[in-house]
Design a protein around this ligand. Structure first.
Ligand SMILES: CC(C)(COP(=O)(O)OP(=O)(O)OC[C@H]1O[C@@H](n2cnc3c(N)ncnc32)[C@H](O)[C@@H]1OP(=O)(O)O)[C@@H](O)C(=O)NCCC(=O)NCCS
Length: 251
């Protein structure tokens, strides 16, 4: 295992792997390591102190095991969450308790324009009425959402309003300052699905990011999400970057 001193070294070691390029922020660089065909980095995020390994599952498991058992974990005061590629053999690391599987998608391509994008507006969540509308929409449309109004890591909220129904679709954009944005809380009211509103709001947020100079747009999706989300993201040009499994670290 070798320690990687900065974001560029991580991208080089990982031979330009999209997770290194677009899911790791040079601005927030903390620590990073490489081993064989895998690399990993740490982050302090919404879920606490995180170690994320990506690349080849076998090497990623070895890398995570070495970091957790060795000086890095001690120096850093341990981890709360470990993320490894889905098929990584981590059963020998007994501190890890499986939480969920998820998929990370990315794109560097501006999507085709959709007429419905014109109806997408930036939402002012500082207005308590708007924040209330968003909370209500997410409650009925996406109870496991990864972002709610008031989340300080969200840069901008977007939505679509329908006559007499109010807010019917939404999406959140975060991580803008890192050169790529991460889309979260994409949801459409259950009564209005299948009419293109999800694609409209997602496309509008992608376009806003690319027009602001971002290089990539990314998102994570729970793998057991049996909704229309996966085909929608593929239709909009997103590519699967890595299938992950998230584990909690027991003390
Ligand atoms: C995912 C979600 C936002 C999609 O919104 P939507 O407005 O129904 O989707 P759209 O009508 O814009 O569909 C866009 C594309 O998705 C695909 N799609 C839509 N419904 C689909 C279905 N039932 N089955 C398969 N594909 C479907 C199609 O490819 C469609 O493209 P097309 O119009 O060219 O056929 C919505 O289902 C939702 O809110 N789900 C719950 C919350 C959620 O899972 N969010 C994603 C978290 S990662």
């Amino acid at each position: 295992m070798i320690e990687l001193p900065d974001h560029d070294a991580l991208v080089d070691f990982a031979r330009g792997h999209p997770v290194a390029r677009w899911n790791h922020s040079a601005r927030r660089f903390d620590r990073a390591w490489g081993l064989g065909e895998a690399a990993s980095f740490t982050d302090h995020g919404r879920f606490g102190h995180l170690l994320l390994a990506f690349g080849a599952p076998d090497d990623a498991a070895r890398l995570a095991a070495e970091i957790l058992a060795g000086p890095p974990a001690g120096d850093l005061g341990g981890f709360d969450i470990v993320v490894v590629p889905r098929d990584s053999p981590v059963s020998s690391i007994d501190q890890l308790k499986w939480r969920h599987d998820w998929e990370w998608f990315w794109t560097t391509t501006m999507p085709e324009r959709r007429p419905g994008e014109a109806a997408v507006e930036r939402l002012d969540v500082a207005d308590p009425h708007v924040a209330g509308e968003l909370t209500e929409l997410l409650d009925v449309s996406s109870p496991t959402t990864s972002a709610l109004p008031g989340d300080p890591t969200v840069d901008h909220w977007y939505g679509i309003r329908a006559a007499e129904r109010g807010l019917v679709a939404c999406a959140a954009e975060s991580e803008r300052a890192s050169g790529s944005s991460n889309l979260r809380a994409i949801a459409v009211h259950p009564a209005l699905r299948g009419r293109g509103l999800g694609a409209d709001v997602t496309t509008a947020v992608m376009r806003a990011g690319f027009e602001a100079g971002l290089h990539a747009v990314t998102l994570g999706m729970y793998s057991d999400n049996e909704t229309a989300a996966r085909p929608m993201y593929q239709r909009l040009g997103f590519q699967l970057g890595q299938e992950f499994a998230t584990y909690a670290v027991s003390a």
